[in-house]
Design a protein around this ligand. Structure first.
Ligand SMILES: Cc1ncc(COP(=O)(O)O)c(C=O)c1O
Length: 368
């Protein structure tokens, strides 16, 4: 027997599909000591919770000896009204990544294929591999200036084994968003039995009018599912709540695959309160969008080529210099998200944090 099989014989047999799964790398926290330090590594909202949202969570905390409302009744009602969709078209989960994992459980397994652009959200390869299906990665196109989905190549990659396609719009980590006409052309090419997941985790930050809201596209397309989250614009990353909007068979499958009681009552109440405080939250989003515009303009002024971002982060393709940049940023007081050998993703945060990042970028540029 080989070493591996002997080791396996010693303990419980685990699924082979799990071998070699890359672990999810969370963004590095801000440094605990040293000069003022900011975390620009996880695309979080830098603002603390709104007072009304905090109050609703504090009040829900008084009864956390009880299980949450498994049917998320209040949240579904609020979402249905806010987005103008029927309740049976909704499904919630522990963050939108939880819902994405449920989507895979519902559609794909060994022998199946899942298509997504690469580089894109780093959870896609992980959750695909866990499902047992094979990943089909289609490289981004458009060069350093665009770094966008190559939808023609993605449509060409569809085979009879394809079960699900992730379209990350805007794309994490490049920020590039897909114009509606282009996306519709792509959707027209996808066979009806293949589920297309429009991952719109950053939808609230989109300002390019050519980019169409996925909720408009899903209505007459039973094979389209829209993923949204409360983690980014709504500032509830720590509470873990996201949702999908899809036609009834898909939404029902998501409810079947949900971890029972996965979305806590605190998360449900916070999400409801956030939807009710949306004006105040979206004002904050607007401030971040302004900071994004300023950051992109300054980077370009420094001589960088940066793709236009429609999300709350910017992307610098640094290749071999990625790690050095991340180290210099951290030494200056901001943690960023390096993808070794490729580039860094930097969240748009507080003005002071963005200023530090811009100073690091300017100094780094001079050294090139
Ligand atoms: C594109 C994309 N989708 C989904 C998520 C998951 O967010 P959450 O699980 O917090 O809703 C993220 C988080 O970084 C993301 O970037």
């Amino acid at each position: 027997m080989s070493d591996t099989s002997e080791r396996r014989a010693d303990g419980p047999r685990l699924r082979e599909a799990l071998e070699g799964i890359p672990s999810y790398k969370p963004g590095r926290p801000a440094a605990a000591s040293g000069p003022v330090s900011y975390k620009l590594s996880s695309n979080e909202n830098p603002y603390p919770p709104l007072p009304g949202v905090l109050e609703s969570v504090t009040s829900a905390a008084e009864s956390f000896n009880r299980y949450p409302d498994m049917a998320c009744t209040g949240l579904y009602a609020e979402l249905a009204e806010r987005f103008g969709v029927p309740v049976p078209h909704l499904a919630t989960g522990t963050g939108s990544v939880g819902v994405a994992q449920q989507l895979l459980q519902a559609t794909a397994g060994p022998g199946d294929e899942v298509i997504y652009a690469w580089r894109s959200f780093e959870a896609y390869p992980i959750i695909t591999q866990i499902s047992g299906a094979a990943s089909v990665r289609v490289p981004l196109a458009g060069g350093a200036e665009y770094e966008a989905h190559d939808l023609d190549a993605m449509a060409d990659a569809i085979t009879e084994r394809t079960r699900l396609i992730f379209v990350c719009n805007p794309n994490n980590p490049t920020g590039a968003a897909i114009p509606g006409a282009e996306l519709e052309r792509f959707l027209d090419r996808v066979p009806r039995e293949v589920l297309v997941v429009l991952d719109e985790a950053y939808r609230e930050f989109v300002r390019d009018e050519r980019v169409v809201d996925g909720l408009e596209l899903y209505r007459d397309r039973p094979n389209v599912c829209v993923l949204r989250t409360f983690s980014k614009a709504y500032g509830l990353a720590g509470l873990r709540v996201g949702f999908a909007v899809a036609h009834e068979p898909v939404a029902a499958a998501l409810r079947k695959t949900a971890v029972p009681f996965g979305v806590s009552q605190l998360a449900q109440e916070a999400a409801i309160a956030s939807l009710r405080s949306e004006d105040a939250l979206l004002e904050r989003v607007e401030a971040l969008v302004k900071e994004r515009t300023r950051t992109l303009a300054e980077l370009r002024g420094q001589g960088w080529t940066v793709p236009e971002s429609q999300a709350n982060f910017v992307w610098l393709r640094l290749g071999e210099r990625t790690a050095a940049f991340a180290e210099q940023a951290e030494a200056a007081g901001v943690t960023v998200r390096p993808f070794p050998g490729e580039g860094v993703r930097v969240t748009v945060g507080e003005t002071a944090a963005n200023d530090i990042f811009l100073q690091v970028a300017a100094a780094f540029r001079k050294e090139l």
